[in-house]
Design a protein around this ligand. Structure first.
Ligand code: WT7
Length: 686
């Protein structure tokens, strides 16, 4: 580890007057570097520093040929990049391709009997299913035949999937892709009502679901949600033709919810008619949509981010190979849910395009205990591990010493989805990675298809809390609120944008092209009449800074801030400070209305198991925040809670906490992983 000290960004209250609002968000100091282990570097797919030269901005767009050449094309594309209708970019125009062929068929010659998917059921006494590429090929073909010949689906139709984390989910996605049918997978933890909105918006002809699945030791009735989704979508005008229901236990219907004659189809029964059937992959134009992924906007209707077949697949294949460092012999486990973009790109399409073995785990990371992920890693020989700061915090909280008990070795680990507090990063590195794994902190979004910023694992030093430089081919720029470019490496916070288009970027918001232009391009567009891509930077909607070493630090959504007396405070900075108190394992900041200052931060923390909540700890947390950040960030109150309200995907629901803090109704909390905690917190606060 080098002792290279970088600049500090501590800001005192006096300084704030002449500093931009975003800048106020920057309080957590730059960390020291960690070096990638030599053993990792020696085997890495990408160790040539010349890569940045190859992908310099003046090589745009030709540099992306390398991405496309990782794929098999039926017909090679003629035009790499078409900018004739900004900002609706087109990639690999004229090319014909099939995503399913690229993820399955083309691997059969070399990897027929290799595991494509390890399905790990949540109950530990149920055996792992190892689905080989051959078996995947057979099952995808049979299901594609069912979709085409029994359901009458054709290219361009939309289908909503509301599937849990089971092998049948990637099988269903790939079967759609084989036919050129656009899939829209809705996170299984979402309610039937949320699913209905997406059926409606996408005008889906079918809903594909599963009868039941395991979550924290319980076999949940999932079919129930399909009935709600169907009814609500139908009431609003989109009546699905059928509901296809996979059985969690083939041959046995595991839901107490009744089947509806003529509408509900048990897939496992109907599939028998399609045994041995083969379906030729449809040769799709490169720009045909592959899927929709609805993103969780903070306000308004969910946005159906539309991803293209050729550009998207090329992008996730390249980034999986060079940033995730996937080799065909690796066992790769991304513990995200396929219901999010992370799962689409880095459980299904990226790893399978590279013929890797990818793990699909049904349940929660800490079931039945915090040793579970490490047992899975040991059993399957996982050597690449990918998860989120939230999961890392949960595992650190409930089993800080568990990783050491298991005999696995990670060469590579990823963190994604939110800024990671340096304290948490260090536990991930030391305890989970046993000090031997390289870590990449990947910054990207549903809209971007794949990574935008990350260290290249064999080429860059790691810096806890920083995502790293942009990946090859991506050229960020940070603007201030007035549209002025901040100097590179200034350490000043602003609005991060990407100067150039890239093949993985979404094509539009489904049925809302104006919203697409307005949300992502209007604010910093230099000239709306221009046909030059240089005039159309992509606005990510995140606050960020670039340090002197070219590493970016993501400060959170530009709307995810506490505005104290007109100064924005990054919630992450406050939370990170709170986590420095040894007894604290999780922290969440919410803004509370204050007569004088406008908003003040209120801080919720949860403690290590067995530690008693005392006023002394609360005071310690408050003092640490003040000493670390300044009096401006002093929490109005520190509330010690038994647990944070969380989504099924593990994100802390700050919105719920903010409502409680502000004496408002927290609204519908039924989709939380732990709705019962809301009442307990309310009692503590009031
Ligand atoms: C937002 C995108 C990336 C796929 C999963 C989430 C935040 C994402 C990081 C990171 C700091 C991050 C940003 C971004 N974010 N990755 N490594 N460090 N912040 O996809 O739901 O579309 O959310 O997540 O704020 O805009 P998403």
């Amino acid at each position: 580890m080098s002792r290279n000290k970088s600049s500090r960004h501590a800001i005192t209250e006096q300084q704030t007057a002449d500093v931009s609002e975003a800048q106020i968000a920057v309080h957590w100091p730059e960390e020291d570097y960690f070096l990638p282990p030599p053993s990792f570097v020696a085997q890495a797919n990408l160790a040539d520093p010349g890569v940045f030269e190859r992908f310099s901005l003046d090589r745009f767009p030709e540099c992306f040929k390398e991405f496309a050449d990782l794929l098999d094309w039926y017909r090679y594309w003629e035009t790499m990049f078409d900018a004739s209708n900004p900002p609706f970019w087109r990639w690999f125009v004229g090319g014909r391709i099939n995503a399913c062929h690229n993820c399955v068929d083309r691997h059969l010659t070399r990897y027929r009997n290799k595991t494509a998917i390890h399905f790990v059921p949540e109950p530990e006494d149920e055996r792992v299913q190892h689905v080989t590429y051959q078996e995947l090929f057979i099952r995808v073909n049979e299901f594609a035949a069912l979709l085409r010949d029994f359901c009458g689906l054709k290219t361009g139709d939309r289908v909503t999937l509301h599937m849990p984390m089971v092998a049948e989910l990637p099988i269903s996605m790939l079967a759609c892709a084989r036919l050129g049918v656009i899939h829209s997978q809705v996170f299984s933890g979402f309610s039937g009502a949320a699913c209905a909105d997406r059926i409606l918006d996408s005008e889906s002809r079918l809903l594909i679901t599963m009868d039941a699945y395991y979550r924290s030791g319980k076999l949940l009735d999932h079919k129930e949600k399909a009935d709600t989704a169907y009814a609500e979508a139908a009431a609003k005008g989109q009546r699905a033709e059928k509901i296809l229901i996979w059985q969690r236990y083939p041959g046995r219907y595991s839901s107490p919810t009744k089947l509806v004659e003529g509408r509900d189809v048990i897939v496992n029964d109907t599939l028998k008619e399609f045994h041995g059937k083969r379906v030729e992959p449809v040769q799709m134009p490169a720009e045909a949509p592959l899927f929709l992924m609805y993103s969780s906007g903070t306000t308004g209707r969910p946005k159906g981010c539309q991803h293209a077949t050729g550009g998207y697949l090329a992008y996730v294949a390249w980034t999986s190979k060079y940033i995730q460092d996937i080799h065909p012999e690796d066992v790769y486990w991304c513990m995200a849910d396929i219901g999010w973009i992370t799962g689409h790109s880095y459980i299904v399409y990226g790893p399978l395009a590279l013929a890797a073995s990818t793990v699909v785990y049904e349940g929660v990371p800490v079931y039945p205990d915090a040793g579970r992920p490490w047992r899975i890693a040991e059993d399957l020989g996982v050597n690449i591990f990918h998860t989120s700061p939230t999961a890392i915090r949960a595992l650190r909280r409930s089993g800080p010493d568990e990783p050491a008990k298991y005999n696995y070795r990670f060469k590579h680990m990823t963190t994604v989805g939110e800024p990671i507090e340096p304290e948490v990063w260090k536990w991930y590195h030391q305890s989970v990675g046993k000090g031997e794994a390289v870590i990449v902190d990947t910054w990207w979004q549903t809209e971007t298809g794949g990574f935008l910023c990350s260290t290249v694992p064999a080429l860059h030093k790691m810096k806890p809390g920083s995502t790293g430089p942009a990946i090859p081919g991506i050229h960020p720029v940070i603007y201030d609120d007035n549209g002025q470019e901040l100097a590179r490496g200034s350490g000043k916070a602003g609005n991060i944008c990407i100067r150039n288009p890239w093949p993985g970027a979404f094509q539009t918001i489904w049925k809302a092209p104006e919203r697409y232009v307005n949300t992502y391009y209007s604010r910093y567009c230099k000239n709306p009449e221009s046909k030059d891509w240089r005039d159309w930077p992509y606005m990510a909607g995140d606050g960020a800074l670039e340090a002197a070493d070219g590493y970016f630090r993501i400060l959170g959504r530009i709307d995810d801030v506490v505005n104290v007396a007109g100064h924005r405070l990054g919630t992450k900075e406050i939370e990170s400070a709170a986590l420095l108190v040894p007894d604290v394992v999780e922290a969440a900041v919410v803004p509370v209305a204050d007569e004088i200052k406008g908003k003040v931060p209120e801080l919720y923390v949860s403690l290590k198991p067995g530690v008693e909540s005392t006023p002394e700890i609360a005071r310690q947390v408050s003092d640490t925040v003040v000493s670390r950040i300044g009096a401006i960030a002093k929490p109005h109150r520190v509330v010690i809670v038994p647990d944070m309200p969380k989504t099924r995907s593990g994100k802390i629901m700050r919105r719920v906490l903010a409502a409680i803090s502000n004496g408002q109704d927290p609204g519908d909390v039924s989709t939380l992983a732990n709705p019962e905690v809301v009442d307990r917190i309310t009692q503590l606060v009031r």
